[in-house]
Write a protein of this length. Structure first.
Length: 78
């Protein structure tokens, strides 16, 4: 794939350990979110962590070029 000089730039955060100590056995769990006064549920996001070695990662930011590249690669995989 050619990037035409644009780099895929993003920032990751991680949690140590290959998996959480919290285990949910329900196949379709229901999550309840209680937010402080003045906040909205739309201010929060439920994310999936990607296992990488002995830790779990998630992306906390990306450049516009990176987002466009990820959307294009997702579209070609469908």
């Amino acid at each position: 794939m050619f990037t035409y000089g644009m780099r895929n730039e993003h920032w990751d955060a991680y949690l140590n350990g290959p998996q959480s100590k919290n285990i949910i056995n329900d196949r379709q769990p229901v999550f309840y979110l209680y937010v402080p006064d003045g906040a909205s549920a739309s201010d929060f996001v439920l994310i999936t962590l990607e296992k990488k070695g002995n830790r779990r990662e998630f992306q906390i930011g990306a450049s516009a070029e990176s987002l466009a590249a990820n959307q294009a690669s997702s579209a070609t995989r469908r």
